[in-house]
Design a protein around this ligand. Sequence first.
Ligand code: ZN
Length: 116
Amino acid sequence: MEKKRLEELRKKLLSKKQDLAETVNQDESEGRGFDESGTQDLADKATNSYTKEFLFGLSDAERALLQAVDEALARLRDGTYGVCVSCGGAMQAKRLEAIPWARHCLSCQEEQERQS
Ligand SMILES: [Zn+2]
């Protein structure tokens, strides 16, 4: 895959992670009343996503998504990004465009959905 393309996907993944961090921040603001000083540590939460407090603020689905995003970022780092974890085949560019944190190619995904 092209370097430029990988960089674009990396940015998408990082902004998704940021979205999740903002979700937590909003939930907290609603829970305790808005606290202006609370917005300041948002960046810290985004970069250190495994703090207990951060994970506590996420739903199961959001947590699973965050994990998928983190795994995708790890694959980008070690150069295995864009390869289906099931069949080892190259993932469709369109699929990565739509879901940059996807672990399976389209046919493996469909296979899994049939089984579950
Ligand atoms: Zn596959």
